[in-house]
Design a protein around this ligand. Structure first.
Ligand code: NDP
Length: 328
């Protein structure tokens, strides 16, 4: 039998955690032949709720679930970890300044980066979901100097999936007909969903749609503000779709992307497309089953350039702010 893969989920007792853990345990994260050992990290007051979720996981009798550990100690949670899903974060609350938000998250992601550095397995792969995800990933990575920075990523796959469905609806096709979409930049309202390099049944999506007013007035804002629209409709944040995107991200990373297509993920920039090196920004990426690679040589129109630059400028500001706070 295969050795179980250790998967650590932080904020495991939260909404996203609840939607995520059952899918990990049933084989959707890594493959339906890969046993997993779950490590649930929570803050002390949420340990009891995490235990409740673990009881339900037990009650599913998942054949691939090799064990569950629950802890409030980051060192224990990340000891030997292969896949780390950093979901728990300090959300922005009313009246909170950006500096306070970044400081609060620095207090979470700095020790987690240190614990990953100290104890993670050599092949560790980290996905940050908790917001502000790109900058939280930057903080964690900067406290894990012995782990290659390419192993720290942030999630824009939900934005990617949202964009895919919106484009499919506009083009009157299904998501299966859409390929080569890209989310550029920050997982925030400045993100840029790019259809100029996307395809609808192999044809250029921007030409198929041929509607700049829809692109600027409908598509881009719908994708960028979808989270707020879900809160408005459900009375709660998106959770199942965020969990689903986390599953997609790790599955693609580990098992590879299909020939001829790519996905979106926020990874440490190597300077591609003029994005300053080191910033965790979303790019079109492929995986050969292990490492993300930025898709090179795409044509970037003036319109796309200005949108990408605006989102990257926001990431540079966030980086400078956490640097000024001494968090990186
Ligand atoms: P959720 O599980 O709903 O969300 C967790 C994080 O994911 C938030 O930062 C949220 O950001 C972010 N997120 C990213 N993308 C999305 C998306 N598309 N839709 C919704 N959220 C998204 O939060 P809960 O409050 O239910 O649970 C958080 C849990 O984390 C709690 O149990 C808490 O105890 C725990 N926690 C654990 C820590 C740790 O293990 N050290 C540290 C801090 C918290 P946003 O708020 O901006 O939507």
């Amino acid at each position: 039998a295969r050795t179980p893969v250790t998967v650590t989920v932080t904020g495991a007792a939260g909404q996203i955690g609840y939607a995520l853990l059952f899918r990990i345990a049933s084989g959707h994260l890594l493959g339906n032949d890969v046993p997993v050992r779950l490590r649930l990290l929570e803050i002390t007051p949420a340990l009891k709720a995490a235990e409740g979720t673990a009881m339900e996981l037990d009650d599913c009798a998942f054949p691939l679930l090799a064990g569950i550990d629950i802890t409030d100690d980051a060192r224990a949670a990340f000891d030997g970890v292969n896949v780390a899903l950093l979901v728990g974060a300090r959300p922005r609350t009313a009246g909170m300044e950006r500096g306070d938000l970044l400081s609060a998250n620095g207090g979470i992601f700095k020790p987690q980066g240190e614990a990953i550095n100290a104890g993670a397995a050599d092949d560790v792969r980290v996905l940050v979901v908790g917001n502000p995800a790109n900058t939280n990933a930057l903080i964690a990575a900067s406290h894990a100097p012995d782990v290659p920075s390419s192993r720290f990523t942030a999630m824009t796959r939900l934005d990617h999936n949202r964009a895919k469905t919106q484009l499919a609806k506009k083009a009157g096709v299904t998501v299966n007909d859409i390929t080569n979409l890209t989310i550029w930049g920050n997982h925030s309202a400045t993100q840029y969903p790019d259809i100029f390099n996307a395809k609808v049944n192999g044809r250029n999506a921007a030409e198929v749609v041929n509607d700049q007013a829809w692109l600027e007035g409908d598509f881009i804002p719908t994708v960028a503000k979808r989270g707020a629209a879900i809160i408005e409709a459900r009375g709660a944040s998106s959770a199942a779709s965020a969990a689903n995107a986390a599953i997609d991200h790790v599955y693609s990373w580990v098992n590879g992307t299909p020939e001829g297509d790519w996905v979106s993920a926020a990874i440490a920039s190597d300077g591609s497309y003029g994005v300053p090196e080191g910033i965790i920004s979303s790019f079109p990426v492929t995986s050969n089953g292990g490492e993300w690679e930025v898709v090179q040589g795409l044509e970037i129109s003036d319109f796309s350039r200005s949108r990408i630059d605006a989102s990257v400028a926001e990431l540079v500001e966030e980086r400078d702010a956490v640097r000024a706070l001494g968090l990186i």
